[in-house]
Design a protein around this ligand. Structure first.
Ligand SMILES: [Ca+2]
Ligand SMILES: [Ca+2]
Ligand SMILES: [Ca+2]
Length: 318
Protein backbone atom coordinates (compact mmCIF):
# COMPACT_ATOMS: atom_id res chain seq x y z
CA UNK A 1 0.00 0.00 0.00
CA UNK A 2 2.83 2.32 0.89
CA UNK A 3 4.48 1.71 -2.46
CA UNK A 4 1.20 2.32 -4.28
CA UNK A 5 0.68 5.62 -2.47
CA UNK A 6 4.17 6.72 -3.41
CA UNK A 7 3.63 5.85 -7.04
CA UNK A 8 0.35 7.71 -7.27
CA UNK A 9 1.85 10.82 -5.64
CA UNK A 10 4.56 11.25 -8.26
CA UNK A 11 3.69 14.23 -10.43
CA UNK A 12 5.67 16.36 -12.83
CA UNK A 13 5.35 20.05 -13.59
CA UNK A 14 6.60 21.62 -16.81
CA UNK A 15 8.91 24.41 -15.62
CA UNK A 16 10.81 24.85 -18.89
CA UNK A 17 9.68 28.46 -19.27
CA UNK A 18 10.57 29.59 -15.76
CA UNK A 19 13.83 27.64 -15.94
CA UNK A 20 14.81 29.62 -19.04
CA UNK A 21 14.53 26.75 -21.51
CA UNK A 22 12.47 28.72 -23.97
CA UNK A 23 14.02 28.32 -27.42
CA UNK A 24 11.76 26.09 -29.56
CA UNK A 25 13.30 22.87 -30.87
CA UNK A 26 13.34 22.87 -34.65
CA UNK A 27 13.12 19.66 -36.65
CA UNK A 28 11.30 20.05 -39.98
CA UNK A 29 7.94 21.70 -40.51
CA UNK A 30 5.45 22.41 -37.76
CA UNK A 31 2.45 20.91 -39.53
CA UNK A 32 4.03 18.18 -41.62
CA UNK A 33 7.34 16.61 -42.59
CA UNK A 34 8.04 16.66 -46.33
CA UNK A 35 11.40 14.89 -46.48
CA UNK A 36 12.70 11.87 -44.61
CA UNK A 37 15.51 13.85 -42.99
CA UNK A 38 12.89 16.01 -41.26
CA UNK A 39 11.18 13.09 -39.57
CA UNK A 40 13.50 11.53 -36.97
CA UNK A 41 14.12 14.17 -34.36
CA UNK A 42 17.13 14.32 -32.08
CA UNK A 43 18.26 13.54 -28.56
CA UNK A 44 19.41 15.50 -25.53
CA UNK A 45 22.10 15.03 -22.89
CA UNK A 46 22.42 15.96 -19.24
CA UNK A 47 26.13 16.45 -18.67
CA UNK A 48 28.20 18.72 -16.42
CA UNK A 49 30.28 20.35 -19.14
CA UNK A 50 31.93 23.01 -16.93
CA UNK A 51 32.62 20.76 -13.96
CA UNK A 52 30.82 22.93 -11.40
CA UNK A 53 28.80 20.03 -10.03
CA UNK A 54 25.54 21.03 -11.76
CA UNK A 55 24.20 19.11 -14.73
CA UNK A 56 23.92 21.21 -17.87
CA UNK A 57 21.54 20.51 -20.76
CA UNK A 58 22.57 19.93 -24.35
CA UNK A 59 19.52 19.95 -26.62
CA UNK A 60 20.16 18.80 -30.18
CA UNK A 61 18.10 20.10 -33.07
CA UNK A 62 17.59 19.95 -36.81
CA UNK A 63 16.50 22.58 -39.23
CA UNK A 64 13.58 23.30 -41.51
CA UNK A 65 13.53 23.26 -45.30
CA UNK A 66 11.90 26.08 -47.22
CA UNK A 67 8.44 25.40 -48.59
CA UNK A 68 8.72 23.75 -51.99
CA UNK A 69 12.51 23.61 -51.93
CA UNK A 70 15.43 21.63 -50.58
CA UNK A 71 17.25 24.54 -49.04
CA UNK A 72 17.14 25.73 -45.46
CA UNK A 73 14.32 28.08 -44.52
CA UNK A 74 15.91 31.54 -44.33
CA UNK A 75 14.05 32.42 -41.11
CA UNK A 76 15.44 29.37 -39.34
CA UNK A 77 18.94 30.11 -40.59
CA UNK A 78 18.66 33.68 -39.26
CA UNK A 79 17.45 32.55 -35.82
CA UNK A 80 20.80 31.06 -34.81
CA UNK A 81 21.95 27.51 -34.08
CA UNK A 82 19.27 24.91 -33.48
CA UNK A 83 21.55 22.88 -31.20
CA UNK A 84 21.61 24.60 -27.81
CA UNK A 85 23.71 24.29 -24.67
CA UNK A 86 22.11 25.50 -21.45
CA UNK A 87 24.30 26.03 -18.39
CA UNK A 88 22.75 25.11 -15.07
CA UNK A 89 23.04 28.17 -12.79
CA UNK A 90 22.47 26.06 -9.67
CA UNK A 91 19.34 28.04 -8.78
CA UNK A 92 16.80 26.11 -10.85
CA UNK A 93 17.42 28.16 -13.96
CA UNK A 94 19.49 27.74 -17.07
CA UNK A 95 21.47 30.19 -19.20
CA UNK A 96 21.83 29.76 -22.95
CA UNK A 97 25.60 29.55 -23.45
CA UNK A 98 25.49 28.14 -26.98
CA UNK A 99 27.41 31.03 -28.51
CA UNK A 100 30.52 30.66 -26.36
CA UNK A 101 30.34 26.85 -26.13
CA UNK A 102 31.42 26.09 -29.69
CA UNK A 103 28.51 23.66 -29.99
CA UNK A 104 26.31 25.93 -32.11
CA UNK A 105 25.42 23.48 -34.85
CA UNK A 106 22.53 23.78 -37.26
CA UNK A 107 22.40 20.30 -38.73
CA UNK A 108 19.94 17.44 -38.73
CA UNK A 109 21.40 16.04 -35.51
CA UNK A 110 20.52 12.57 -34.23
CA UNK A 111 22.15 11.70 -30.95
CA UNK A 112 24.94 12.58 -28.54
CA UNK A 113 27.18 10.56 -26.27
CA UNK A 114 29.47 11.92 -23.58
CA UNK A 115 32.81 10.59 -22.35
CA UNK A 116 36.27 11.78 -21.42
CA UNK A 117 38.03 10.21 -24.37
CA UNK A 118 41.43 11.82 -23.65
CA UNK A 119 41.37 11.28 -19.88
CA UNK A 120 42.01 14.95 -19.05
CA UNK A 121 39.16 15.01 -16.53
CA UNK A 122 36.69 16.97 -18.67
CA UNK A 123 33.85 15.21 -20.40
CA UNK A 124 33.87 15.40 -24.19
CA UNK A 125 31.00 15.02 -26.66
CA UNK A 126 30.32 13.09 -29.84
CA UNK A 127 27.32 14.21 -31.89
CA UNK A 128 25.86 12.29 -34.82
CA UNK A 129 23.92 13.93 -37.62
CA UNK A 130 22.84 13.61 -41.23
CA UNK A 131 25.89 14.04 -43.48
CA UNK A 132 28.68 13.88 -40.88
CA UNK A 133 29.40 13.42 -37.19
CA UNK A 134 31.27 15.67 -34.75
CA UNK A 135 33.79 14.99 -31.99
CA UNK A 136 33.99 17.96 -29.62
CA UNK A 137 36.87 18.23 -27.16
CA UNK A 138 36.09 20.00 -23.89
CA UNK A 139 38.68 22.63 -22.93
CA UNK A 140 37.66 21.96 -19.32
CA UNK A 141 35.35 24.93 -18.83
CA UNK A 142 32.42 24.00 -21.07
CA UNK A 143 33.92 25.41 -24.26
CA UNK A 144 34.44 22.89 -27.01
CA UNK A 145 36.58 22.52 -30.12
CA UNK A 146 35.61 20.43 -33.15
CA UNK A 147 38.47 17.90 -33.31
CA UNK A 148 36.75 15.40 -35.60
CA UNK A 149 39.40 15.52 -38.30
CA UNK A 150 42.38 15.64 -35.89
CA UNK A 151 41.03 12.52 -34.19
CA UNK A 152 41.05 10.65 -37.49
CA UNK A 153 37.28 10.48 -37.75
CA UNK A 154 35.65 11.05 -41.16
CA UNK A 155 34.18 14.46 -41.95
CA UNK A 156 33.31 13.70 -45.57
CA UNK A 157 32.92 10.76 -47.86
CA UNK A 158 30.04 8.45 -48.69
CA UNK A 159 26.70 9.77 -47.56
CA UNK A 160 26.31 8.87 -43.90
CA UNK A 161 23.49 9.40 -41.52
CA UNK A 162 24.81 8.89 -37.99
CA UNK A 163 22.25 7.66 -35.51
CA UNK A 164 23.18 6.01 -32.20
CA UNK A 165 26.60 6.31 -30.58
CA UNK A 166 28.36 5.24 -27.41
CA UNK A 167 31.72 5.75 -25.73
CA UNK A 168 32.90 2.40 -24.37
CA UNK A 169 36.32 1.02 -23.45
CA UNK A 170 35.76 -2.23 -25.29
CA UNK A 171 39.35 -3.50 -24.94
CA UNK A 172 39.79 -2.32 -21.33
CA UNK A 173 42.98 -0.41 -21.99
CA UNK A 174 41.75 2.62 -20.07
CA UNK A 175 40.98 4.67 -23.17
CA UNK A 176 37.41 5.16 -24.33
CA UNK A 177 36.59 3.78 -27.76
CA UNK A 178 33.70 4.91 -29.91
CA UNK A 179 30.85 2.90 -31.35
CA UNK A 180 28.68 4.63 -33.98
CA UNK A 181 25.74 3.24 -35.89
CA UNK A 182 24.25 4.65 -39.07
CA UNK A 183 20.59 5.01 -39.91
CA UNK A 184 20.85 4.56 -43.68
CA UNK A 185 22.97 5.51 -46.66
CA UNK A 186 21.29 8.55 -48.12
CA UNK A 187 22.64 11.47 -50.11
CA UNK A 188 19.45 13.53 -50.10
CA UNK A 189 18.95 13.35 -53.85
CA UNK A 190 16.57 11.33 -56.00
CA UNK A 191 18.46 8.92 -58.23
CA UNK A 192 16.97 9.55 -61.65
CA UNK A 193 18.38 6.25 -62.92
CA UNK A 194 16.12 4.34 -60.59
CA UNK A 195 12.89 3.33 -62.33
CA UNK A 196 9.64 3.95 -60.56
CA UNK A 197 8.31 0.40 -60.49
CA UNK A 198 4.78 1.52 -59.85
CA UNK A 199 4.69 3.50 -63.08
CA UNK A 200 7.09 1.68 -65.41
CA UNK A 201 5.35 -1.59 -64.63
CA UNK A 202 2.23 -0.27 -66.28
CA UNK A 203 3.96 -0.06 -69.60
CA UNK A 204 5.71 -3.41 -69.60
CA UNK A 205 8.92 -1.96 -68.25
CA UNK A 206 8.82 1.08 -70.50
CA UNK A 207 8.72 4.54 -69.02
CA UNK A 208 5.51 6.48 -69.74
CA UNK A 209 5.40 8.91 -72.66
CA UNK A 210 2.54 10.91 -71.22
CA UNK A 211 1.64 11.61 -67.61
CA UNK A 212 -1.64 13.31 -66.84
CA UNK A 213 -0.87 14.78 -63.46
CA UNK A 214 -3.68 15.50 -61.02
CA UNK A 215 -1.60 16.63 -58.03
CA UNK A 216 1.39 18.47 -59.44
CA UNK A 217 2.53 20.13 -56.23
CA UNK A 218 3.17 16.69 -54.74
CA UNK A 219 4.06 14.55 -57.75
CA UNK A 220 5.71 16.73 -60.38
CA UNK A 221 9.25 16.04 -59.21
CA UNK A 222 8.66 12.29 -59.39
CA UNK A 223 6.93 12.67 -62.75
CA UNK A 224 10.11 14.21 -64.13
CA UNK A 225 12.04 11.20 -62.84
CA UNK A 226 9.93 8.64 -64.68
CA UNK A 227 8.76 10.41 -67.84
CA UNK A 228 10.32 9.16 -71.08
CA UNK A 229 12.74 11.46 -72.85
CA UNK A 230 10.74 14.01 -74.87
CA UNK A 231 7.66 12.91 -72.97
CA UNK A 232 4.79 15.14 -71.99
CA UNK A 233 3.50 15.87 -68.51
CA UNK A 234 0.05 17.41 -68.63
CA UNK A 235 -0.86 19.09 -65.36
CA UNK A 236 -4.59 19.04 -64.76
CA UNK A 237 -4.61 19.31 -60.99
CA UNK A 238 -2.56 21.20 -58.44
CA UNK A 239 -3.10 22.15 -54.82
CA UNK A 240 -0.46 24.59 -53.74
CA UNK A 241 3.06 25.52 -54.68
CA UNK A 242 5.52 22.97 -55.97
CA UNK A 243 9.09 22.75 -57.13
CA UNK A 244 10.30 22.12 -60.67
CA UNK A 245 13.87 20.96 -61.05
CA UNK A 246 14.74 22.60 -64.36
CA UNK A 247 17.72 20.29 -64.81
CA UNK A 248 15.47 17.22 -64.73
CA UNK A 249 13.13 18.78 -67.28
CA UNK A 250 16.09 19.61 -69.51
CA UNK A 251 17.44 16.09 -69.21
CA UNK A 252 14.18 14.59 -70.45
CA UNK A 253 13.47 17.22 -73.13
CA UNK A 254 10.15 17.23 -71.30
CA UNK A 255 7.20 19.42 -72.13
CA UNK A 256 5.33 20.60 -69.05
CA UNK A 257 1.95 22.03 -69.86
CA UNK A 258 -0.81 23.31 -67.59
CA UNK A 259 -4.43 23.16 -68.73
CA UNK A 260 -7.70 24.40 -67.36
CA UNK A 261 -10.77 22.94 -68.98
CA UNK A 262 -12.76 26.11 -68.37
CA UNK A 263 -10.46 27.92 -70.78
CA UNK A 264 -11.44 25.62 -73.66
CA UNK A 265 -14.05 26.77 -76.16
CA UNK A 266 -17.05 24.60 -76.96
CA UNK A 267 -15.43 23.66 -80.27
CA UNK A 268 -12.22 22.63 -78.55
CA UNK A 269 -14.16 20.50 -76.06
CA UNK A 270 -15.98 18.71 -78.87
CA UNK A 271 -12.69 18.18 -80.63
CA UNK A 272 -11.13 16.77 -77.47
CA UNK A 273 -13.99 14.36 -76.79
CA UNK A 274 -14.01 13.23 -80.41
CA UNK A 275 -10.26 12.62 -80.27
CA UNK A 276 -10.53 10.60 -77.06
CA UNK A 277 -13.39 8.49 -78.42
CA UNK A 278 -11.54 7.85 -81.66
CA UNK A 279 -8.39 6.89 -79.74
CA UNK A 280 -10.33 4.45 -77.58
CA UNK A 281 -12.02 2.87 -80.61
CA UNK A 282 -8.81 2.40 -82.56
CA UNK A 283 -6.85 1.26 -79.53
CA UNK A 284 -4.40 4.17 -79.81
CA UNK A 285 -5.48 5.12 -76.31
CA UNK A 286 -5.20 2.29 -73.84
CA UNK A 287 -6.28 3.53 -70.42
CA UNK A 288 -4.79 1.70 -67.45
CA UNK A 289 -7.58 1.33 -64.98
CA UNK A 290 -7.06 0.67 -61.31
CA UNK A 291 -10.25 1.04 -59.32
CA UNK A 292 -13.77 1.54 -60.71
CA UNK A 293 -15.97 3.57 -58.41
CA UNK A 294 -19.66 4.35 -58.97
CA UNK A 295 -20.35 7.98 -59.79
CA UNK A 296 -22.59 8.16 -56.72
CA UNK A 297 -19.48 7.52 -54.60
CA UNK A 298 -17.40 10.25 -56.23
CA UNK A 299 -16.40 11.55 -52.80
CA UNK A 300 -14.78 8.20 -52.10
CA UNK A 301 -12.82 8.47 -55.33
CA UNK A 302 -11.61 11.90 -54.28
CA UNK A 303 -10.33 10.49 -50.99
CA UNK A 304 -8.64 7.61 -52.80
CA UNK A 305 -6.83 9.82 -55.30
CA UNK A 306 -5.59 12.16 -52.57
CA UNK A 307 -4.40 9.48 -50.16
CA UNK A 308 -0.65 8.93 -49.62
CA UNK A 309 0.84 6.58 -52.19
CA UNK A 310 -2.13 6.92 -54.55
CA UNK A 311 -1.37 6.19 -58.19
CA UNK A 312 -4.61 7.49 -59.68
CA UNK A 313 -6.05 5.29 -62.44
CA UNK A 314 -9.48 5.58 -60.84
CA UNK A 315 -12.50 5.75 -63.14
CA UNK A 316 -16.03 6.72 -62.21
CA UNK A 317 -18.77 4.43 -63.54
CA UNK A 318 -22.16 6.05 -64.30
CA1 LIG B 1 27.63 22.47 -14.94
CA1 LIG C 1 38.34 15.18 -22.06
CA1 LIG D 1 39.95 1.39 -25.22
Amino acid sequence: MQAERNRSSATFTDIARTAGLTVPSIYGGLERKRFIIETNGAGVAWVDVDQDGWLDALVLGGTRLAEGARIEDARIAAAGPTTRLYRNTGHGTFADVTAQSGLGLTVFASSVCAGDYDNDGAVDLFITSFGRNYLFHNRGDGRFDDVTAQAGLPTAGPARWGSGCSFVDYDRDGRLDLFVSNYLKFDGHVDTNLPNDALTGLEGGQTPHVIVEMLANVNLDRDLDVISPRGRIVIIGNRGRGEIDARKAMGKDATIRGLMVFNASREELHEAFAGINAGLETGALRPRIGRRIPLADAAQAHEAVMSPGALGKIVLIP
